[in-house]
Design a protein around this ligand. Structure first.
Ligand code: FAD
Length: 456
């Protein structure tokens, strides 16, 4: 046994990470009267990518009584998404949540993460959770139920349970050696926030836009009245052929994509972009004696359908409720952690399936068509809106199976026009915008059809 020192702290539940997954868990537990300590190595507010939500995120915000706080912050109402091809020659295909089967929630929101994450942390702190910002979890001495001991920068912390919500740092999985990268998803992403981006108006003003190219895809997400989150996800191998340093590649990619360049023609933003790679992985187990993993600390696959934060919120709430079940004697600890592992791995599998479809040209060709027999398109909207957290109705399930059949058929007997996406790397040389100190024009004014682009 390690002797307790003056700097030792003791609580019921220790949570590593104050992102959405960690803070909703803290909120649920603190509201139920448990003593919760949340440790985060950063000071808030801090930047995070991942601003576009699924309708399930709004459902959880309402359930947790946080939706009025969301509404009081700058945000955009999101009623769907659109998919376009990088050559900019076709109208984007709209996927409106209104078309979904059932009477579920048909909207959600996009929001700047620094303010969103802080809002949830504030709510949890008001409920009694103790936050220790600017402190890192360094090692674990024990992770048994009733005997969790960890070393932080500022001393030791003891708890009955630990919830790892440390995001891509995967603190616990690294300790246990259970983090595995996903073959086939070795991508890299470049992203930044811009103002003055040409965005949709009317009902589509909060739509997330995806633009596909041969080497990857772009996102365009309006996050408040002025600011737009712009990013590119590029195949890791192909990214090595981009002839500029990693922190300048977003501008390069935008310039070489006609559809995006047009949207960015009057945009202003930073000269350099942020970069993240190796973000697709899973951990072997998501809970066991004494611990739970939630959010990105458990798994992250790919940002394409904006599933990350919603999955994190669901995981945080789920772990907290299992701990409360044990505390109330409704569940045994082993059953609680088994239930959490099953829940997270089930959702991960479903989302993996959806994400694989996006990277399948046959599926993409069918969804941009925008209709299909027997209402199959509407069922696809249910799935792409992430309405899989509750039982998926039979009306959606059989149509989704039909869609998978059509996808296979389309591979061999085209049901829709074959679309060969635009290539960024083969689009011809371009000049970079002159780097100014501070804010610069993101992409020089250029129009589709000017000679530096070559469409395919
Ligand atoms: C390129 C890209 C685009 C994305 N776009 C979207 C999107 O549009 N929509 C969406 O829903 N999701 C998106 N995601 C996913 C989203 O970013 C994550 O799923 C989400 O941030 C996970 O939240 P979390 O609470 O699990 O972790 P985080 O929000 O990452 O929080 C983890 C916290 O843990 C802290 N921490 C880490 N290590 C330690 C330590 N040792 N000690 C103490 N604290 C520690 C960190 O400081 C951090 O604050 C995207 C991801 C990527 C890579």
């Amino acid at each position: 046994m390690i002797a307790r020192s003056e700097s030792d702290d003791r609580c019921d539940v220790a949570i590593i990470g104050a992102g959405p997954a960690g803070s909703v868990a803290a909120l649920e537990l603190a509201r139920a009267g448990l003593d919760v300590v949340v440790i985060d190595k950063t000071e808030f507010p801090r930047f995070r990518i991942g601003e576009s939500m699924l309708p399930h995120a709004q459902r959880l915000m309402e359930e947790l009584d946080l939706m009025d706080r969301v509404r009081s912050l700058p945000h955009m109402v999101k009623r769907g998404l659109e998919i376009e091809f990088g050559d900019g020659r076709r109208e984007p295909a709209a996927i409106s949540f209104e078309e979904m089967f059932g009477d579920g929630l048909k909207q959600t929101f996009n929001i700047r993460r620094s303010i969103f994450d802080r809002m949830i942390a504030d709510a949890a702190a008001e409920a009694g959770a103790r936050y220790r910002f600017g402190e890192s979890v360094r090692t674990f001495e024990s992770i048994e139920h009733g005997d969790v001991r960890m070393t932080l920068d500022g001393g030791r912390l003891r708890a009955d349970w630990v919830i790892d919500a440390s995001g891509q740092a995967c603190v616990l999985a690294r300790h246990l050696g259970t983090k595995r990268f996903l073959p086939g998803f070795r991508n890299v992403s470049y992203f930044e926030h811009y103002e003055g981006v040409l965005r949709n108006s009317g009902d589509r003003d909060g739509f997330a836009t995806l633009a596909m190219c041969r080497e990857g895809w772009f996102w365009l997400i309006p996050i408040d009245e002025k600011t737009t989150s712009i990013g590119a996800v590029i195949d890791g191998e192909l990214s090595k052929s981009i002839p500029v340093p990693a922190d300048q590649r977003l501008t390069w990619c935008l310039e070489n994509c006609p559809a995006m360049a047009q949207r960015m023609s009057d945009a202003t933003g930073p000269d350099r972009n942020q970069v993240v790679g190796d973000f697709s992985y899973t951990c072997d187990r998501h809970a066991d004696a004494g611990w739970f993993m939630v959010g990105d600390a458990a798994a992250f696959i790919d940002p394409v359908w904006s599933t990350g934060v919603s999955l994190g919120l669901e995981g945080g709430v789920h772990a907290a409720r299992r701990i409360l079940d044990v505390a109330a004697g409704r569940m045994r600890p082993r059953a609680a952690t088994r239930a959490h592992h099953a829940r997270i791995s089930g959702l991960r599998g479903t989302f993996m399936n959806l994400i694989r479809n996006f990277y399948d040209h046959s599926f993409r060709e069918l969804i941009v068509r925008g209709d299909g027999p027997l209402g199959v398109h509407r069922a696809v909207v249910n799935m792409l809106a992430g309405e899989v957290f509750r039982k998926v109705p039979f009306s959606v399930r059989w149509r989704w199976d039909l869609m998978k059949g059509l996808r296979e058929f389309n591979r061999f007997r085209p049901l829709n026009e074959r679309i060969r996406p635009h290539s960024l790397l083969q689009s011809g040389g371009v000049g970079l915008p002159s780097p100014n100190a501070g804010v610069s024009r993101a992409v020089p004014r250029r129009r589709i059809g000017e000679p530096s682009w070559q469409s395919h």
